[in-house]
Design a protein around this ligand. Structure first.
Ligand code: FES
Length: 68
């Protein structure tokens, strides 16, 4: 049995995903991923849905939605 997928919300940053998952866009296309990557949750990345680091110094998550 494989380890469960881990999804971690980074404080004022991305959503880190560790494990094998399938991401499907709005048109039904599968987006290729690695087994360890970060998703953008600030909306500033030029590589959406992935984080490109653009959140640094500008993104502040709403209170209570920081790091879990
Ligand atoms: S969370 Fe990193 S660029 Fe948006």
């Amino acid at each position: 049995m494989s380890d469960p997928v881990q999804i971690r919300i980074k404080e004022n940053g991305s959503i880190r995903v560790k494990g094998t998952v399938e991401i499907i866009d709005g048109e039904g296309n599968v987006i290729e991923t690695k087994s360890d990557f970060s998703l953008c949750r600030c909306g500033l990345s030029t590589e959406k849905p992935f984080c490109d680091g653009s959140h640094k110094d500008v993104f502040k998550a709403p209170e209570g939605l920081g790091e879990i």
